[in-house]
Design a protein around this ligand. Sequence first.
Ligand SMILES: [Zn+2]
Length: 189
Amino acid sequence: MKNRSLVGEAQEVQRAVALIRFGARLQVLEGEIALSRERLLRLYKEVAGKSPAKGMLPFSTDWFTTWQPSIHSSLFFNIYQTVKRAKGIARVDALIRAFGLYTEHLTIAGLPQVLTVTRAWRLVKFFDAGLLDSAPCTECAGIFVIQKYDLKRNFVCGLCHMPARAGKTRRAAEDALALDTGDAVLAAA
Ligand SMILES: [Zn+2]
């Protein structure tokens, strides 16, 4: 850390602040931000007004492919893939930008946020590690997050083939997806 420029350090602080404002767990900051743990803790307390939650991150890949989370995960993942195509963008900046767009979409559609920034970060990690994959739905052609060993060829998404108890939130989920596969994201691709 000794030789880092002031500008580089300011950039790291800016990234950390963005992640903390999104509600990121300390593990996300430690994984993505090149600042000491002490500085991250100080930043966290200053920005969030409290100490970070303690404990492990309990997420397995399963969560991302259960019904409602899978729709939000896929929404975020499509945005992330588009943002990531920008030349020279750092992974952490793609995460921050994509998560910001994800929450904006939800705000506009009046939908609750299901994916936290910590889970979004894990999602990206799981993809990078090859533990999650994506596949197009054979009915609606949307791209969805799937488990590594799920069959891709005849994949049908959770919106086209929905569990009965999910009926209540179908409309909301469809709205979320419409925003995702709609012109806004695809046009930028
Ligand atoms: Zn579908």
